[in-house]
Design a protein around this ligand. Structure first.
Ligand SMILES: Nc1ncnc2c1ncn2[C@@H]1O[C@H](COP(=O)(O)OP(=O)(O)OP(=O)(O)O)[C@@H](O)[C@H]1O
Length: 281
């Protein structure tokens, strides 16, 4: 039986288990009975043509949308029953396809805000600014600087977010997400708008993040990035699971080649001959 017909499942320790997720917008079935498992420590790719339902799936997982059916178990909790602000507390952080930074704040301040979730000094503490609050502020600033350094933009700390080059804004978003100390980091098209050399740097960063024990869920249109980096890839089409498996399996799946990649991309990946025949392995 091919991976396409089977319910996506694999060995290893499950971190997130989605079962039967469905989401409808009026007459449009954006997700239909989507099930998959993300293992601890892996880079899990989510691909599919425009409108396939990838972002909707992210939004359901992060409680921005309520699905009509299904559940998404993460560390013993059903994410679909939580409020959006409770998601990060569970250890799931995300970035957005359209960058969402505090445009008029500095890079450093953006990351400091990301840490808010893990800080203790309350509103009163912030106003009175006692010794404990000042110590915490110093610690937050230090940690934010470390995170900027980690993503490679420490030299931008005091620059206003909106003035940063596009690639740096994307890395800043990642730093801010990391500030919430996630166990699962979900990246929505992190390479969008990046040039090839920025994408190489991004790949190294994502691999470093995984190397540091954070599981990564990646929506990405850059096929090379997905196929070179992901441990498993889930392909959506019209809101349904079209295929699931290791990158080399997915890459060679005729349904994926025909329905998703298109002949141009398939040729680029060496999966189709110039005449358009599928290369089977
Ligand atoms: N809030 C919404 N209201 C109505 N329809 C929506 C909404 N969000 C998404 N859709 C529709 O649901 C379908 C899935 O969209 P979604 O953005 O999840 O796809 P995607 O795979 O992320 O696409 P892309 O690669 O272009 O970002 C599309 O037909 C889209 O128009």
């Amino acid at each position: 039986m091919s991976a396409v017909e089977s319910t996506p499942s694999h060995s290893g320790q499950a971190l997130l288990v989605a079962q039967g997720l469905s989401k409808r917008f009026g007459g449009l079935q954006a997700l239909q009975d989507v099930s998959f498992t993300i293992e601890k420590g892996e880079i899990f790719g989510l691909i599919g043509p425009n409108g396939a339902g990838k972002t909707t799936l992210f939004n359901v997982m992060t409680a921005l949308y309520v699905p009509e059916s299904g559940q998404c178990m993460f560390d013993g909790k059903d994410l679909t029953r939580l409020k959006p602000h409770e998601i990060a507390q569970q250890g799931l952080a995300r970035t957005f396809q359209n960058i969402r930074l505090f445009a008029s704040l500095s890079a450093l301040e953006n990351v400091m805000i990301g840490q808010h979730l893990r800080t203790h000094a309350g509103l009163i503490g912030a106003i009175v600014r006692g010794k404990k609050t000042r110590a915490e502020e110093a610690r937050i600033t230090q940690r934010a600087l470390e995170l900027l350094d980690y993503v490679g933009i420490a030299h931008r700390a005091n620059e206003i977010a909106s003035s940063l080059p596009y690639g740096d804004q994307r890395r800043l978003e990642i730093a801010r997400a990391l500030a919430t100390e996630p166990t699962l980091l979900a990246l929505d098209e992190p390479a969008a708008g990046m040039n090839p050399s920025e994408t190489v740097v991004l790949r190294a960063l994502i691999e470093k993040i995984r190397g540091d024990g954070i599981t990564v869920l990646l929506i990405e249109h850059d096929m090379k990035l997905v196929m070179n980096m992901c441990d498993h890839v889930l392909v959506l089409e019209y809101g349904k699971v079209l295929a699931f498996g290791r990158p080399h399996e997915v890459q060679r799946n005729p349904r994926v080649i025909e329905a998703y990649l298109g002949q141009g991309a398939a040729k680029e990946l060496g999966l189709l001959s110039e005449e358009g025949d599928v290369h089977h392995v």
